[in-house]
Design a binder for this molecule. Sequence first.
Ligand code: SAM
Length: 227
Amino acid sequence: MKFTVLSLFPEILDGYFQSSLMKKAVERGLITVEFVNIRDFAQDKHKTCDDIPYGGGAGMVLKPEPLAMALDSVGAGQKRTLYPTPSGRLFNQPTARELAKEDELVFICGRYEGIDQRIIDEYVDDELSIGDYVLSSGEIASLVIIDAVYRLREGVIKARSLEEESFSDGFLLEYPQYTRPEVFRERSVPEVLLSGHHKNIEVWRREMSVEKTKRLRPDLLEKSTSD
Ligand code: SAM
């Protein structure tokens, strides 16, 4: 799978792809990544990529021309193109699963007040928000989406790990996890996990998942009963 990311500051993104699991996925050829600097497509000698908003108001808006040229240079018209934005549809695990089926995704990283609407109208397939808050730019939001998507690709991590995590079972959060030692600062691992009794462990984990979801994300359970 290929991720192409258009940004004014691609150096922010680079390190992420050079560490840990992501690095391994790149080295094993499971994913490839291309960064495109939008400023390389600016048309004046000052390399201007933003301008004041029509209609007035605070802040600047990313100009359409450099963005359009950058998008054309990567063939964005024929590829699924995403614009992470707080005014988008909320990104979640089902959307990550759906995006993981694509061979290539193109990301536009916004800045300032965002990008010219005509770029969205002409190129963007999905406007996705990573949460109800405002970041200063789209690089981190793009990385969040890329990270949630690439780990679902075959071969990146064990299928069993994906089956048992939060949201994999529809609307439940994951049960608590423990590792050695058996007692840490007088806190013991729940006995059932030491019993070796697989059925009881499964029942306990399910109960813990439901309890945790009720406590921290009751909205997920409400959604599961209304769907
Ligand atoms: N004026 C915009 C608004 O009120 O919706 C906010 C722009 S924000 C300061 C600059 C850029 O950060 C956006 O263009 C987008 O790319 C990114 N961004 C900020 N918050 C985000 C979020 N919650 N999800 C996805 N992208 C976000």
